[in-house]
Design a protein around this ligand. Structure first.
Ligand code: HEC
Length: 128
């Protein structure tokens, strides 16, 4: 075996290793992408957020201007809901002293806000 052959074998191995690394990095990237693209549905993800954080005010006979009690109520206003949750205008907190008791349990987490955004970007699927 001469030296140049050995060198060739070595660089081939290096190439294969590099290929493996590139594949792994690529697959990991794809995976986080598919997680981000997971289907968000009203039944599974959005209804619990809305019922817990919005429906207590958004139903008939309250100061809130419309109900958020079912899919139609929410889907119809999805883009507005995305906007007001993103800007944290809703649910209201601190803005009005009479809402003080809601201040802690009615604040959306960043994850919840992102879910609403994803749901809207997926054209508001109702269920899986
Ligand atoms: C503490 C009661 C309360 C809670 C909780 C609440 N809202 Fe509201 N919401 C109101 C009231 C009152 C108004 C109308 C007055 C106003 O615009 O400030 C309103 C207005 C809105 C509007 C109309 C905004 C506009 O620009 O006209 C949207 C959209 C909305 N709420 C969505 C939500 C969503 C989504 C949630 C849950 C994440 C939520 N609200 C939680 C009381 C509430």
């Amino acid at each position: 075996m001469d030296a140049s052959y050995k060198y060739l074998q070595k660089s081939k191995m290096k190439n294969r290793l590099l290929q493996k690394i590139v594949t792994i990095v690529f697959l990991t990237g794809m995976c986080s992408l598919c997680q981000a693209q997971q289907k968000v549905t009203f039944a599974e993800n959005i209804a619990p957020i809305i019922f817990k954080n919005c429906a207590p005010c958004h139903h008939e006979g309250t100061a809130a201007p419309f109900s958020l009690l079912n899919y139609e109520d929410v889907a119809k206003r999805a883009r507005m809901i995305e906007k007001v949750t993103h800007s944290r205008f809703m649910p209201p907190w601190k803005a009005d002293p009479t809402y003080r008791s809601f201040a802690n349990d009615k604040i959306l987490s960043q994850g919840e806000i992102d879910l609403i955004k994803q749901w809207v970007s997926q054209e508001m699927p109702r269920e899986i």
